[in-house]
Design a protein around this ligand. Sequence first.
Ligand SMILES: Cc1cc2nc3c(=O)[nH]c(=O)nc-3n(C[C@H](O)[C@H](O)[C@H](O)COP(=O)(O)OP(=O)(O)OC[C@H]3O[C@@H](n4cnc5c(N)ncnc54)[C@H](O)[C@@H]3O)c2cc1C
Ligand code: FES
Length: 268
Amino acid sequence: MVEISSYIPEKAKIIGLKDETRDIRTFTLEEGGKKAFFFEPGQFVELSVIGVGESPFSISSAPGEALGLTVKNVGDVTQAMFNLKKGDEVGVRGPFGTHYPLEKMTGRDLVFVAGGFGMASLASAVKHALRNKKKFGRLSLYYGARSPDEFVFTSEIKQWTKRGLKVTRTIDNKCKGWKECVGFVHEAMKHRPPSKDCTAFVCGPPRMIDAAAAQLADTGISEKRIFVSLERKMCCGIGKCGHCLVHGKYVCRDGPVFNYEEAKEVME
Ligand SMILES: Cc1cc2nc3c(=O)[nH]c(=O)nc-3n(C[C@H](O)[C@H](O)[C@H](O)COP(=O)(O)OP(=O)(O)OC[C@H]3O[C@@H](n4cnc5c(N)ncnc54)[C@H](O)[C@@H]3O)c2cc1C
Ligand code: FES
């Protein structure tokens, strides 16, 4: 296993490309000729495109797999990534930040709550939990997207369902041919609540995180067992530059995964 440096980007080769939606693509990377490097679900890396810049991305693959990043094309770095092809090289620093503490949740039901491409960061945890299914209770996923064509990991989710993950998918507004739930993801949880004893992991846009974490807390789940992954503009990724500092917390180093009690201070 390879650990990539904190300060100096290591070269990594693109070995796989998969279009998830019209503007979201999963990149699979091989670093230094080795396919796996050590990370925990919920951590992120800083990826650089030479001559363009560097941005943070959550790791969407499971530990032990080649590094996977699921990226939405929104600006300079991501557009440059979308112009790359198999065999091209990028720079990678990391892994950085805190992780979803699955290792402390033996015996518990696990609930994953994703909004939009927040599924990228949770996919790593879902795959890891399914591989270690005997250690946990029931596994469920609540996943909301604006419309049916904005869900990522569609084929994987079918496989995960067969392996025992209970999946509730919901879209914002009714649309022709859609037979699953309609409404925001926190509303879907109101109708089909998870057990009070579960541990929940939440990732998505800020307003979705607010609503979903509050709904989980209303269900009676302790705020210390609700983990949310937050995003802030980042630069160094290692607690040095201060770009991501909010109310005394460095989101890159003290996060991005916080329990809800801590996260509420950061989100204020
Ligand atoms: C810990 C962490 C994990 C992330 N994981 C992923 C991921 O898995 N997949 C993914 O596609 N993106 C992820 N992002 C967001 C990604 O880093 C930004 O979209 C990045 O800035 C894109 O770079 P760019 O040069 O293409 O766009 P830019 O030119 O930097 O920005 C494009 C637009 O996005 C806005 N923006 C930039 N960064 C952020 C941010 N952190 N939060 C909100 N708005 C922002 C800018 O203001 C601008 O409007 C993550 C961010 C963090 C902090
Ligand atoms: S990004 Fe530099 S301190 Fe967090």
